[in-house]
Design a protein around this ligand. Structure first.
Ligand SMILES: NC(=O)c1ccc[n+]([C@@H]2O[C@H](COP(=O)([O-])OP(=O)(O)OC[C@H]3O[C@@H](n4cnc5c(N)ncnc54)[C@H](OP(=O)(O)O)[C@@H]3O)[C@@H](O)[C@H]2O)c1
Length: 321
């Protein structure tokens, strides 16, 4: 079957090891089933996988891709929940120390077919296209949990989203503005800042800009280059929710500000099956939809990876089959 995959890691030149070609069909463990993939969206996670981050060489060749929408063996249209709990795990699967995402231990979703645990299938509402549904399980679910489960901030609060055009950033802008938060954004170019305003942000700033006032919460996925600005932008008692560190894991901790102004630093990863169900329902009821930058046939996956690596994003990049 056609798939986008990696056979050997390349920490410094990820594109050089991206392969788009033939892979064997999925092996289906007990209790699992297969999905005919119609759309799968690209995440920074897939770039990390090419670099070998979180994906050791022993597990390769590995089909990439963490989320998908498609058709199950009974012909139902489905969304695939991306967090795979270990056998016997009960409760919040994001807290399972042995949980994995597709493409970490089990083959990923950038393929014509993928094997998934039966419990990871959710019905896709007819109102959502396959491409829109394929954006939800990773970037959009992560943004949903950051805002509505982890931050503790109520609608009416002011939040700063670091980054304007990425998958998680555009999800935070759309979800936050739909739910009644005042959303401020930093973006690296005038074009990206204008696009964020069009998506629903109230104000957009250059990275590192002094804000008109301090904010209640910061949504962080950028990491090292924005961390100091995030901490300095919070009001006393404010909260920063971090889900990622695209630009590096080791910024200064700014502990003096954290304790003196009594800040909370909260980590957040993906979301539960129940939260994905709620997100899908939120999309259905409110009409909020993922911002899709571009849809490309899977055979042209390289072009999508190039765009992400060069920072040429304007929402989600979706591969279709
Ligand atoms: N923990 C989890 O479960 C989870 C889930 C999803 C994602 N993540 C993490 O969240 C991060 C974002 O993922 P994504 O898929 O949304 O990535 P993406 O689409 O490539 O977006 C990258 C974002 O980072 C911003 N950015 C700012 N400065 C940057 C710089 N110097 N270099 C690169 N980007 C910069 C970009 O801002 P501009 O708009 O200004 O270009 C853009 O908004 C990744 O680190 C990913 O691993 C974690």
């Amino acid at each position: 079957m056609l798939a986008a995959f990696v056979s050997t890691p390349a920490p410094d030149d990820p594109l050089s090891v991206l392969e788009v070609g033939d892979r064997p069909g999925p092996e289906v463990p007990e209790g699992w089933t297969t999905v005919q993939v119609r759309a799968a969206s690209l995440n920074q996670h897939d770039v990390f996988s090419l670099r070998g981050v979180g994906l050791p060489a022993e597990r390769m060749p590995m089909v990439l891709g963490t989320d998908a929408a498609g058709v199950d063996e009974e012909g139902n249209e489905v969304v695939v929940h991306g967090v795979v709990a270990s056998p016997g795990w009960t409760g919040d699967e994001t807290l399972d120390p042995k949980r994995t995402l597709f493409s970490e231990l089990h083959q990923g979703t950038f393929a014509e077919r993928v094997a998934v645990p039966r419990r990871n299938l959710l019905p896709k509402p007819a109102e959502l296209s396959f491409a829109e549904a394929a954006c939800l399980p990773t970037a959009w679910l992560t943004a949903y949990r950051m805002l509505f489960v982890k931050s503790g901030l109520r609608p009416g609060s002011t939040i700063l989203v670091q980054g304007a055009s990425g998958g998680v950033a555009t999800a935070l802008i759309r979800l936050g503005s739909t739910a009644g938060y005042r959303v401020w954004v930093t973006g690296r170019s005038e074009e990206k800042r204008a696009a964020a305003l069009a998506l629903g942000a109230d104000q957009a700033f250059e990275p590192g800009a002094r804000l008109p006032e301090r904010v209640d919460g910061v949504m962080e996925s950028v990491g090292k280059v924005t961390w100091s600005h995030s901490i300095k932008s919070l009001r006393p008692g404010g909260v920063v929710v971090t889900c990622g560190a695209t630009t590096g894991y080791d910024p200064g901790a700014e502990l003096n500000r954290v304790f003196f102004t009594q800040l909370s630093v909260i980590g957040s990863t993906m979301g539960t099956r129940g939260e994905l169900e709620d997100l899908i329902e939120m999309c259905r009821v409110t009409g909020v939809r993922p911002q899709i930058d571009v849809e490309l046939p899977l055979a042209q996956a390289r072009e999508g990876f190039e765009r992400m690596l060069e920072g040429r994003t304007a929402g989600k990049i979706v591969f279709t089959l």
